[in-house]
Structures are given as C-alpha cells and as structure tokens.
Design a protein around this ligand. Structure first.
Ligand code: SF4
Length: 209
C-alpha cells in the first residue's frame, strides 16, 4: 500500500537529515529526493485543480478535466490563488454560523477522542513552540471581528477563549495538544501566530524512548 504523502515526505526529510549528519551534505538534498519521488509527479499533475475553481464552477471543472484526462500535468502554466489564505478569511458578521451535527462515535468522533488516538504529546518543560507576535491581537481583533477563528479551525482545540476572573474572554494556548498541521500559521487573519518546530520528537504519534 502506498504511504500517505505526508508520511513519505517525512521519510524523505529523515533520509536527508541522515545524509546531512553522516556525509556533511546540505538539506538541499531533501529537494533532490523530493523531485525524484512519486510525490513530485502527483503534486505537479494536480497543481491546477484547486486554483482553477477561483474562476468559477464551470471553468474550474473544464480546466481540471482537461488537466486530469488530457494534459496530465503538462499544461504550460501554473494557476495561482488570488491571495494568501489568511487574507481569504472574512469578518464574522458577513456569515451565519454553521451548525455541525454532533459526532456519532461511529464515523465521526469528538475532539478529545481523536486527540487521544493521535497519541500527541510534547515534553512539558520545552519552550513554547506556538507564540503570539502581538499578545493583544486575539482579544482586540480576532475575537471581536472574526469570532475567534483559531478556536474553530484548529483540529486539536489548542486555542480556547476562556473567561478570566472578570469574566472577559482571553485566549488560552494549549500547545501540548498541537498536531503540527500548521493551519494556525497559515490562516491567522493578522499572521500573528508564530509556529516554530517543537523540541525533540514531540507531536502526533509521540513515543517515549
Ligand atoms: S499547528 Fe494545527 S494543531 Fe497545532 S495549534 Fe496550529 S492549528 Fe492547532
């Protein structure tokens, strides 16, 4: 069975790191490994699928269909998204909250259960790997204007708005639960969250040696 893309990319990164340590090469070898792998071919073939839909449903279907069935990644251009993800988040007043069905415990599971199964952990005394560039932005901008998006898109409930002693909501960061998806690094409307690599082998699938 073919490994998942991220797992395989992680293996290539580990091989590159081993080559750096044992042969003194540079981490540029990672890009060489990646370019020669099946991941590169698959990602190149599908690079235009999503941005094609920025032009509308029908043009998106047409371009994606041509790319998939005819050109198979050989289109001589790469479509771009018009703006970065963090600029694509609208203010909350333009939208109606979505009521999602509750997890049924069969096909869908609540966050604590999923988190437990991911075996995520970090050493308790390591430096914080999630930092706020400006600690006032969550309460002054993200919560009033965007309804606290970090408490919604984070799959591990790392970001929670909890009331302080005066009853005012303050952002609490439970970095221990982080799954390293990097959504917060990409999606925060003001790019205020700085994601840094955690210490050691902490994260999902963490094992104590
Ligand atoms: S990287 Fe992902 S899991 Fe970790 S805090 Fe950010 S959004 Fe949450």
């Amino acid at each position: 069975m073919r490994l998942k893309t991220l797992d395989f990319a992680g293996m290539l990164a580990a091989e590159a790191a081993f080559s750096v340590l044992s042969e003194g090469s540079s981490m540029e070898v990672y890009w060489d490994f990646l370019r020669k792998s099946w991941i590169w071919k698959e990602l190149k073939k599908s690079r235009n699928y999503r941005p094609a839909f920025d032009y509308g449903l029908l043009p998106g279907l047409a371009i994606s269909g041509l790319e998939h069935y005819l050109f198979k990644g050989r289109l001589p251009f790469t479509l771009k998204h018009g703006k970065p993800d963090h600029e694509a988040t609208n203010v909350a007043k333009l939208h109606t909250p979505i009521e999602y069905p509750r997890a049924d415990g069969i096909l869908s599971f609540d966050v604590p259960t999923s988190l437990h199964r991911s075996n995520t952990n970090h050493e308790h005394d390591q430096p914080a790997h999630l930092r706020l560039r400006d600690p006032t932005i969550p309460e002054s901008v993200n919560l009033p204007e965007y309804a606290g998006p970090e408490s919604r898109y984070c799959p591990a409930r790392v970001y929670e708005y909890v009331p302080d002693e005066k009853g005012e909501l303050k952002l609490q960061i439970n970095a221990q639960n982080c799954l390293h998806c990097k959504a917060c690094d990409i999606k925060d409307p003001k790019q205020n969250i700085e994601w840094t690599v955690p210490e050691g082998g902490g994260g999902p699938g963490y094992t104590v040696m």
